[in-house]
Design a protein around this ligand. Structure first.
Ligand code: MGD
Ligand code: MGD
Ligand code: MO
Length: 770
């Protein structure tokens, strides 16, 4: 039997600290996954569900975007994938009676753990102006309400449309069409807070905002550098690919302020060695870098390679540099002039180690660099990633087997959503293709990204907010500011599978629209429909839900959007023309429109049939073609930046525990880091704890300090965190997201990408009055 939802919020007084683990997965990992699945959906449905994840006739895991390998294991088993599936496939339900019982005020006092554990949403609900409770309405009324609000706007730019990266290609394509048909590009998405810095840096230097490697390249690499990423928790299936690379002779270097469990040792649950013996030691070298020190590390590697070339020659790929790149001399001069001592200060890593890493890179025949949020969420993330590209260009490590850039994406379809046009800065080529296909004129001015959207709402410029999935108020920075901003809107609309805080912090009126998820069977127009998604490596494949949906009345995201398009565009001049009813009845027809508008999707519907994969064209990878301003891959000379921590202060990074999916908290443990039954902990180096006059176990407030443009310091406070001594570099601290988002100033963003600096916030610890 499935377990009933919890009746209480997390009780932080019960937190236990047991010390961090050295290895990931193994038998405990499998046990946790199975146990969680059974709690959510009982034994039978668990077995049925887990066997269908990432299988060719099954559904794409709603967890991370790591690609499947060609030969799939029976249960592409991954502890956190299983939790993501169970979270959605739960048999717990939230019905209209639940909303009659719980006022909005009551709901807003619960944490996201409690809200998420109540079950799947089953019925469209509306919150009338001034009302204390949501009430049920019909599907027709709900969609009418949204359409009327959108049609009544004087200026379409008074609406904002957020997307979280779970949305399928088909739904994303219709969504952007709805928004552009209305007349705006206000399409902020979770990517703005995630890999935007990667997209910006890669677009400018190699001419494509995506990675350039396939899963085979990972297996064949000679050297893999994994920087700013915790795959043991966030991309567990990647560990198996790393294990395979290792078996083929690869060297792995982990670059991280924290010694993360999965990177040190991996116990593969699919092999006897992993289950019974000690597992595989993955990282050959662990570089404990200071937060934000990575730009200096990449400059150090580049410097070492250049010095070795100057001394002995034969290090660089001269032919590649000559034939395919520009900007080499300027870059080389800048890096040669950089003093080692500054690189040591910025990284916190001794020169000897920096040079040893450089030597490993020098002798590698094919190098891949993988990264995630540790590199993208800093003020200087874009130059950091440009310096990462420089290192690879020096040895021609782009566009050949076993080599390239590998930004590891988060949400399972975040990359596909971008390909489908979920982007506030669409290209002219994309817009003119839409114009032709749908006989209207798409708007040209760029729209708001996530941070700009919050500013606009705060300033009263937005009347309608719509969220296609996600949990905007918890995921975004500066929680108090973001909540107040959302409350200023006239109407907020959330399309969602489960309840979260963005449904209780609302505009003056609110609509809560339930929808089908990835795992649910989707019958429309008399047939079972499938959708499709793109993984982190540009491979597109189909996904078909197999489980009985939470309610037979639920509409898919595609159906909701097709109906909204029909209602919004009816009788309105210069809007997209299409047969919306037919699109809802046959998603293959949406794929037909995609094939007509987006390069690389020719014959889309047929090519993803029967579990086949459509591999999108990738200029740098396929033919060393670089669609940059100059048509060449670009070396860039980037002034060195790194965070300076004021005296007595700490630099805080906000990260994920092992028991959460972004703002969805599955449970109260972070097993690998030795935290149980609570989340309000702050990891600090033991000597920093002592020097500041504290002891482990003390309860403190985290106070962030942000110097404003006008010269005074703004303070933000996150209350009551327990201090835990941890092997983090001196001066650096870590605590969980989203509890700490309240500390991230809205204006603290990465230059060039606008991504909130969630991995570098200056804080002080303040003792709480007893
Ligand atoms: N189970 C599970 N899976 C997930 C998610 C989840 O929440 N749960 N989230 C999904 C999403 S949307 C994303 S974007 C990814 C996120 O995947 P990750 O990026 O792995 O997620 P974080 O927990 O933010 O971890 C950041 C890592 O970078 C390190 N780091 C922080 N700052 C620095 C730095 O300055 N330099 C270096 N070198 N390292 C640094 C941290 O110590 C940590 O190991 O995972 C996806 N997959
Ligand atoms: N401080 C700090 N802030 C961060 C980060 C950080 O590292 N530190 N990371 C950032 C990153 S990388 C990201 S990607 C964002 C994440 O931002 P979001 O994507 O907005 O947040 P999630 O928590 O992934 O959203 C989960 C919600 O999506 C809904 N949902 C789930 N599946 C579906 C579905 O199939 N359809 C629909 N319609 N709804 C669904 C559920 O209601 C669930 O509550 O947060 C960012 N914020
Ligand atoms: Mo993300």
């Amino acid at each position: 039997m499935a377990k009933r939802p919890p009746t209480a919020d997390i009780d932080e007084a019960r937190v236990r600290v047991t010390g961090s683990k050295k290895s990931a997965v193994g038998i405990p990992g499998v046990m946790h996954a199975v146990q969680y699945s059974i709690e959510q959906m009982g034994v039978l449905r668990s077995a049925q569900t887990l066997l269908k994840v990432n299988q060719k006739d099954g559904f794409d895991c709603p967890g991370c975007a790591w690609p499947e390998e060609d030969k799939r294991h029976i249960a592409e088993f991954c502890e956190n994938g299983a939790k993501a599936v169970a979270e959605e496939a739960t048999i717990r339900r939230i019905t209209p009676e639940f909303f009659a019982e719980h006022s909005l005020e009551d709901l807003s006092e619960h944490d996201d753990y409690w809200l998420g554990q109540q079950g799947r949403l089953t019925h469209p609900m509306i919150l009338d102006e001034g009302a204390t409770h949501y009430r049920a309405i019909t599907w027709h009324e709900a969609l009418r309400e949204i359409a009327d609000a959108l049609r009544n706007l004087e200026d379409p730019n008074e609406a904002v449309f957020y997307t979280s990266g779970r949305t399928s290609n088909e739904a994303a394509f219709l969504y952007q069409l709805l928004v552009r048909g209305l007349g705006t590009n206000n399409l902020p998405d979770c990517s703005n807070m995630c890999h935007e810095s990667s997209g910006v840096a890669l677009g400018a230097t190699i001419g494509i905002g995506k990675g350039t490697v396939s899963i085979t390249d990972i297996h064949e690499a000679d050297l893999l550098i994994v920087a700013g990423q915790n795959p043991g928790t966030n991309h567990p299936r990647m560990l198996r690919a790393l294990e395979k690379a290792k078996a083929n002779g690869a060297t792995i270097i982990a670059v991280n302020p924290l010694p993360e469990a999965g990177l040190t040792r991996f116990k593969n649950p699919q092999t006897p060695k992993g289950m019974l013996l000690g597992g595989t030691k993955l990282a050959d070298r662990y570089v404990q870098i200071r937060l934000g020190g990575d730009q200096a590390l990449f400059q150090a590697i580049g410097k070492h390679l250049l010095e070795a070339e100057d001394a002995e020659g034969g290090v660089l790929d001269r032919a590649f540099i000559e034939d395919y790149t520009d900007g080499f001399d300027e870059y080389a001069d800048a890096v040669r002039a950089m003093p080692w001592r500054e690189l040591v200060t910025a990284t916190g890593v001794p020169e000897k180690t920096l040079r040893a890493v450089g030597e490993t890179v020098r002798h590698s025949k094919a190098t891949i660099i993988c990264w995630a949020m540790g590199l993208t969420q800093h003020k200087h993330s874009v130059p950091t990633l440009r310096d990462l590209v420089n290192v690879l260009l020096l040895q021609g490590n782009i566009g050949r087997p076993g080599a390239g850039v590998c930004p590891v994406r988060g949400h399972s379809n975040v990359q596909g959503d971008r390909t489908m046009g979920i982007y506030e800065k669409p290209s002219e080529a994309f817009l003119s293709a839409l114009d032709r296909e749908f006989s209207f004129t798409a708007p040209r001015p760029h729209g708001y990204d996530t941070v700009e959207a919050i500013r606009a709402m705060r300033d009263g410029k937005v009347r309608v907010f719509m969220g296609m999935g996600g949990n905007f108020v918890m995921a975004a920075p500066d929680t108090a500011v973001t909540e107040a901003a959302l409350r200023r809107t006239e109407l907020s609309v959330q399309v969602s599978t489960k309840l979260n805080r963005s449904h209780v912090v609302t505009g003056r009126r609110a609509l809560l629209i339930p929808t089908l998820g990835r795992t649910d069977r989707d019958r429309r127009g008399g047939a079972e429909q499938r959708v499709s998604v793109e993984d982190s490596m540009g491979a597109v494949h189909s996904s078909r839900g197999r489980l009985a949906p939470p309610s037979e009345d639920l509409l898919s995201e595609v159906a909701i959007l097709a109906r909204l398009c029909a209602l919004v565009f009816e009788g309105r001049p210069d809007t997209p023309r299409a047969d919306w009813t037919a699109l809802e009845a046959d998603y293959g027809r949406i794929r037909g429109h995609i094939a007509d508008t987006i390069p690389g999707f020719e014959d889309y519907d047929r090519r993803i049939d029967k579990g086949a994969t459509l591999s999108l064209p990738n200029g740098p990878r396929d033919e060393r073609r670089f669609a940059t301003e100059t048509g060449r891959a670009r070396f860039t000379a980037n002034p060195l930046e790194y965070p300076r921590i004021p005296r007595g202060r700490l630099l805080l990074q906000t990260l994920r525990s092992h028991d959460q999916y972004n703002t969805t908290v599955y449970g109260k443990d972070d097993r690998y880091r030795g935290i149980h039954d609570g989340r309000r902990v702050v990891f600090v180096h033991p000597r920093d704890i002592q020097e500041r006059g504290f002891a482990e176990g003390d309860i403190v407030d985290l106070v962030s300090e942000w110097p404003t443009a006008s010269g005074h310091t703004e303070e933000r406070r996150a209350e009551a965190f327990r201090i835990v001594g941890y092997r983090t570099p001196r001066g650096n601290a870590a605590a969980y997201y989203p509890e700490t988002n309240v500390l991230v100033p809205l204006d603290s963003v990465a230059e060039g990408s606008g991504t909130p600096t969630s991995k570098s916030i200056v804080i002080r610890l303040e003792r709480r009055a007893p």
